[in-house]
Design a protein around this ligand. Structure first.
Ligand code: NAD
Length: 497
């Protein structure tokens, strides 16, 4: 297999450099070589996008619908093959990989429908005889910068509203996981997406991503990734006058109350903390447990975590795949050491044998909410268990964080569930459900340090990918100051009413 190249203006274009895409389950397995573009590739993609975008924006929504629908059908038909590629390049288990590929297909199909649902408003003017119209228009050229941990779903949930609402796109996927993004590009091209409307520029964040932020031809940037990079992108976009949206980190709490069902609480917590190897921005990394259930919860959770099978992502028996790469594994192991140094009792968390970056899930018991291991995002299969005296203290601890993405509670009390739903400082609240795992047709995003700008996904995505135009329309023959007399009712109407 040759080098997988960038897609610019409808043509596959190589670069001066290519990088191997390595399987984190087995570092001897190289999935392929992928072009690493540079700033000049971004410049070429912007030129192609500028030439193509006006035609795409003016095309019938049916044209945009058909392209997105075709890609959705293609991804759905190939979900097993794509899921396998995803698991091979990112390390999610095969079931999780196929699930994510299926999700990407569903997102394309959802936004195919949204192309036909974009409406405007007609509203009465305060001035007589004038009509006011409020309509949405594309933003223009949109740059999408995505992370490695959802290599097909996150690109899909940014590409689809961008294209549905008439924008042209330049996608820069994470350097670690270019394979799924390249498959999306191939599918869009095969579905007849016009040349230049969708462009793929793979490469490093420091070159390709940075050029996208500063390029005057890009009107908006949608970013998902880490907090430091996201904050830099917000500043860069403000400097260059671009619209920006960033989805960043989390340190998501799962509150477990005395009245919770123990089995549900443990299974929800283990799922939220350890599945997808804990590499989810919505992972439950702080388990805040009230005194009455604490000891039973810890005993059951540590047993469940120890029983999870860690191994090759493609092995059907595997429940926890590898960490994505050596530097992420080193970071996770350093937090295990930190939690011990901070006084936690640590169960699991060591390196697991094998030809990849394997790690056993870790439970940090005896943690406090002030410890660094309880405050900083680890992004691995590690969870702190923090004891709380009662619901009030648990809620206060849940909110005592710089982040605000997802927040969960396990309880059988409607009173506490309702109170928590209202008072949790988070963009998403889960009751008796893991903090991770969301629907694709409703808004996704957080508050505080987790997110900046408009929400993603569902119909709310239009806030970012469109701009609002207000038009005032007066008749060509001015209306006399006294106004017009109202039309007479017809006799037929009068009869009917
Ligand atoms: P990252 O910030 O290192 O990289 C994200 C993307 O930004 C990559 O494509 C990278 O190449 C690019 N980038 C890096 N430096 C750049 C620069 N200077 N200018 C422009 N682009 C640059 O994040 P990651 O390691 O790929 O992903 C993990 C992080 O993503 C975690 O912090 C996780 O919480 C977060 N995440 C958040 C969400 C969410 O919706 N809130 C979802 C998934 C992941």
């Amino acid at each position: 297999m040759g080098v997988c190249e960038n897609l610019i203006g409808g043509a596959w274009v190589g670069g001066n450099e290519a990088a191997p895409n390595v399987n984190p389950s087995n570092t001897d397995d190289v999935i392929g070589e992928y072009t690493r573009g540079d700033a000049s590739a971004v410049d070429a993609a912007v030129e192609a996008a500028q030439a193509a975008q006006p035609g795409w924006a003016l095309a019938s929504p049916q044209v945009r619908h058909d392209v997105l629908e075709k890609v959705g059908a293609d991804l759905m038909a190939r979900r097993e093959e794509l899921g396998q590629l995803l698991s091979r390049e990112e390390g999610k288990t095969l079931a999780e990989g196929i699930g994510e590929a299926t999700r990407a297909a569903q997102i394309f199909k959802f936004f195919a429908g949204e192309t036909l649902r974009l409406g405007g408003e007609a509203i009465a003017s305060v001035r007589p005889g004038i009509e006011v119209m409020i309509e949405r228009e594309p933003v223009g050229i949109v740059g999408l910068i995505t992370p490695w941990n959802f290599p097909i779903a996150i690109p899909a949930w940014k590409i689809t509203p961008a294209l549905a609402y008439g924008n042209a796109v330049i996608l820069k996927p994470a350097d670690l996981t270019p394979g799924c993004a390249w498959e999306l590009a191939r599918s869009l091209k095969a579905a007849g997406c016009p040349d230049g409307v969708f462009n793929l520029v793979m490469g490093r964040g420091s070159t390709v991503g940075a050029r996208m932020v500063e390029h005057p031809g890009i009107d908006a940037i949608s970013f998902t990734g880490s907090v430091p990079v996201g904050r830099g992108i917000v500043v860069g976009c403000a400097t260059h006058g671009k619209k920006v949206q960033t989805e960043m980190g989390g340190k998501n709490p799962m509150v477990v109350l005395d009245d919770a069902d123990l089995d549900t609480a443990v299974s929800v917590s283990a799922n939220g903390a350890f599945f997808s190897t804990g590499q989810r921005c919505t992972a439950s990394s702080r388990l805040i447990v009230t005194e009455g259930i604490h000891d039973a919860f810890v005993e059951k959770l540590t047993a469940e975590a120890a029983a999870l099978k860690v191994g090759d992502a493609l092995d059907p028996a595997t429940q926890i795949g590898p960490v994505v790469d050596q530097s992420q594994l080193d970071q996770n192991l350093s937090y295990v050491a930190l939690a011990k140094a901070e006084g936690c009792e640590v169960s699991g968390g060591g390196r697991a044998n094998g030809p990849g970056f394997f790690q056993h899930p870790a439970v940090f018991t005896g943690a406090t909410n002030q410890m660094r291991s309880s405050r900083e995002e680890i992004f691995g299969p590690c969870a702190s268990v923090i004891k709380a005296a009662d619901y009030d203290e648990a809620l206060a601890m849940a909110n005592d964080t710089e982040f605000g993405l997802s927040s969960g509670i396990c309880t059988s009390s409607l009173k506490y569930a309702s109170h928590f739903r209202r008072h949790a400082e988070a963009g998403m609240v889960m009751v008796n459900l893991p903090t991770a795992g969301v629907d694709y047709h409703v808004p996704f995003g957080g508050c505080k340090g987790s997110s900046y700008g408009a929400r993603e996904q569902g119909a709310y995505a239009r806030e970012f990918y469109t701009t609002v135009k207000t038009s005032y329309i007066a008749p060509w023959n001015p209306i006399p100051a006294s106004g017009l007399s109202p039309p007479q009712r017809s006799t037929k109407t009068a009869h009917l009413t």
